[in-house]
Write a protein that binds this ligand. Structure first.
Ligand code: ADP
Length: 262
């Protein structure tokens, strides 16, 4: 009975969501959460109603990137969970905003994670959304699998860095999407270059062009190269996301261009 009710809630909830974009990567630390957060912020700034769901159960970063302090509350009748209103167009939900101690680790095996993800998808009261952006953990484990199998029509945006070691894992992420029949919106390359503080020229710290070559090989859209930007790192550490419009160089114009292509 409870399962049936949950399925109904899930269907009801998902019916109100326009497009679901799961941000995926083969490896950790490539900028997946950064891109998920900035994509959600960019879409919200363009006037869309956006939900940002942090499904990285073991390493949630979204609340820290956005500087979110609040806790998610249950609705008055107690069945549903309210996401946090980051701004009038952006609602955010993370496992971390439900924990009393944010530094506590979650030691969960697969079935518990799968249950938690399904609960998040069924019980969070998003209301009407144009986009649901999901930050999933790196790799092709329980979390992205559960999301892909639960949300019909979910699409993937794959993040990589230019070097072969990351690209080897990205090929697995592409294979994962193909096997699950999940459309891939495109591939985005982060940490593509760093601007030399002395001569101003870009330095290709992690190699060159790997993302573009991989996108071409698999017939995927290449959604751009995002350079290393010290200010982005500092802003995220401080929980104060950078504003796109006050910037002409660095990561923000590239992140803005990415949003425009969605
Ligand atoms: P992932 O979600 O793949 O683990 P994150 O988005 O958490 O990666 O990024 C890892 C670290 O790199 C974070 O400290 C983040 O602020 C930083 N970072 C991500 N992209 C950039 C960039 N283009 N320039 C500078 N720092 C970045």
């Amino acid at each position: 009975m409870e399962r049936l009710q949950r399925r109904e809630r899930l269907e009801h909830n998902l019916a109100d969501i326009g497009m679901t974009i799961m941000v995926l990567s083969g490896k950790g630390g490539v900028g997946k959460s950064t891109i998920a957060a900035n994509l959600a912020l960019g879409l919200a700034a363009n006037g869309y109603r956006v939900g940002l769901l942090d499904m990285d159960i073991h390493g949630p970063s979204i609340p820290r990137i956005l500087g979110i302090q609040g806790h998610s509350e249950g609705t008055a009748e107690g069945h549903m969970i309210m996401p946090l209103d980051y701004n009038p167009n952006l609602k955010v939900m993370s496992i971390e905003t439900m924990l009393r101690d944010r530094d506590a680790s979650l030691i969960w095996r697969g079935p518990m994670k799968i249950r938690a993800i399904k609960q998040f998808l069924a019980d969070v009261l998003w209301g009407k959304l144009d986009y649901l952006v999901i930050d999933s953990p790196p790799g092709t484990g329980d979390e992205p699998l559960t999301i892909a199998q639960t949300i019909e029509g979910a699409t993937a945006l794959i993040v990589t860095t230019p070097q072969e070691l990351a690209l080897a894992d990205v090929r697995k992420a592409i294979d994962f999407c193909h096997r699950l029949d999940m459309p891939i919106l495109g591939l985005v390359e982060n940490f593509s270059s760093q601007i030399c503080p002395h001569c101003g020229k870009p330095i290709k710290v992690f190699g060159q062009g790997g993302g573009k070559i991989t996108a071409k090989r698999y017939g995927l859209r290449f959604l751009g190269e995002i350079p290393w930007d010290d200010r982005l790192l500092a802003a995220e550490d401080a929980g104060l996301p950078m504003e796109a419009e006050n910037d002409e160089k660095g990561a923000m114009p590239a992140l803005h261009a990415l949003t425009q292509q969605i």
